[in-house]
Write a protein of this length. Structure first.
Length: 95
């Protein structure tokens, strides 16, 4: 256990950041999951899926800006979401 006050403060701050980052990452995962569910659900229309996708992209950008995830990780997840969405649109157009 650290004895200096500055070390104790550093531990407190690390814990605060850890919890804040965990909350932000969890929120991002939730919105990505909602977008994926909207794309996979047969009763969801195109506009609703697009709205969920836009929300997920917005949350991923915000999470990366706050430093909870790396910006390249956010870009990768957005890219994969867009691929899934474009496939969803193509399937909807075909049927």
């Amino acid at each position: 256990m650290p004895k200096k006050r500055v070390d104790l403060k550093r531990i407190r701050k690390q814990e605060e950041r850890r919890l804040r980052n965990r909350s932000n990452r969890s929120r991002a995962r939730t919105f990505v999951k909602r977008a994926l569910t909207a794309m996979e659900s047969p009763e969801v229309d195109l506009e609703e899926a697009r709205a969920e996708l836009q929300m997920a992209i917005s949350v991923l950008d915000r999470t990366a800006r706050k430093g909870a995830i790396h910006r390249n990780a956010a870009a990768r997840r957005k890219s994969r979401l867009m691929l899934r969405f474009n496939n969803f649109v193509a399937e909807a157009a075909a049927s």
